[in-house]
Ligand binder design. Structure first.
Ligand SMILES: [Zn+2]
Ligand SMILES: [Zn+2]
Length: 135
């Protein structure tokens, strides 16, 4: 699916800047922060402001096209992978890794909490410790 269509599907008007931000997130699955995205894109789009980046990322996560991760309390970061997966933060090198969760386990996890009458729109699974490279 192209980015233009992807944004429209989520009720987002696809402006040039929004398309650039979405493309960046799809190409960089490294969980970039707003500042990293700004630094990378401002080279080719000098008119881009930090505020635009923040607003765009906020809109994208509200519309469910990306995930906002708060696993690292110092740096909020963003992820274009919206299929359920867990995140692991290495306390030593600060990298955030994706971890697969089976669709089935997601349903299992919901059984552990009383969600009667609540509509869940987001679930986050955060793990912290030391990554393979750091242990
Ligand atoms: Zn590490
Ligand atoms: Zn991720």
């Amino acid at each position: 699916m192209n980015v233009h269509k992807l944004l429209l599907k989520h009720g987002i008007k696809p402006s040039l800047q929004r398309i650039a931000v979405m493309n960046y997130l799809l190409e960089h699955c490294t969980h970039p922060t707003a500042d990293e995205i700004y630094l990378a894109l401002s080279v080719s789009i000098p008119t881009l402001s930090k505020t635009t980046i923040y607003n765009t990322l906020k809109l994208f996560s509200e519309q469910g096209v990306i995930q906002m991760l708060t696993i690292d309390e110092k740096n909020v970061c963003f992820d274009a992978g919206i299929l359920p997966h867990a995140h692991f933060l290495c306390k030593k090198c600060g990298k955030i890794y994706d971890m697969n969760i089976e669709e089935q386990s997601v349903e299992e996890l919901k059984k552990f909490v009383n969600t009667d009458g609540y509509k869940i729109t987001e679930m986050h699974y955060y793990y912290k410790g030391m990554c393979k490279n750091c242990v």
